[in-house]
Ligand binder design. Sequence first.
Ligand SMILES: C[S@@+](CC[C@H](N)C(=O)[O-])C[C@H]1O[C@@H](n2cnc3c(N)ncnc32)[C@H](O)[C@@H]1O
Length: 280
Amino acid sequence: MKDQFPVNESEYTDADFQKVRQIAREQAGIHLPATKKALVYSRVSRRVRELNQSSFQAYLNFVTTAAGQNEMQNLICALTTNVTSFFRERNHFDHLESVVIPQMATKVRAGKRGRLWSAACSTGQEPWSIAMSVMTAFPDAASHDFRILATDINANVIAQATEGTYNAEEIEGIPPARKSQFMEPAGNGDYRFDGPIRRLPAFRVLNLNASWPIQGSFSAIFCRNVVIYFDDATREHLWQRLADKLEPDGFLYVGHSERVSCASQCGLIQVAPTIYRKDQ
Ligand SMILES: C[S@@+](CC[C@H](N)C(=O)[O-])C[C@H]1O[C@@H](n2cnc3c(N)ncnc32)[C@H](O)[C@@H]1O
């Protein structure tokens, strides 16, 4: 079929690229600069072929019809970048274990709820790292009302994250003692999270730039390496919404190349280069 409907670069017009840009902005708040034209071609042309569409234009017309709504999700998935790793930006996990979780443990043992959020969790390395930090600093967390909400716009990565199985290369960043404590071999050199730790994360598909059906507030939110895909206005609006979802004295962790430009307007105090605390 591939050969029957070849898609070549000459069929990919500037109008097609502009249409993809418009879709990415409207559906996910993702800003695709002009420099991404070739990247968009390589990502989207696979979908055009897999659906046996005759051209980019035909594919883009299809995704905007009612019948194309499922494929619209696949298009958004194709446009997102899911690079992640265990204990990425390690200082956030050190801060979480030494400052946040001990305070949460006191509160949760007194009968209150404890909530953390990994917003844009990709294939799960971030929320599973958070879960290992929680189980290390508060070993009986899974027997209490303690949960880690883990969300992403991409349903495919949420399915992988929920499965919680990783290959040898992916688990290189996990300290060996934690690997043996929290994971079991799953064949072919893979390891899978096992035991009480599995009760901590709750995985959901969620677009950060749409409405959030989320009750309550969080002691800490990880929103890392995702706002780089948004424009300034979208970013600022998101920072404000995340700040509103933090408890007083709760923490926001951002990616190492990111900063919260509107921190003081959002009621956030910067306590380290990529760590913000919600003002009381
Ligand atoms: C580079 S990964 C970052 C993963 C993790 N936070 C980390 O720092 O390792 C970016 C993730 O953001 C997700 N994403 C992009 N736009 C989004 C949106 N509008 N709402 C929710 N997630 C989004 C992508 O699907 C992708 O999994």
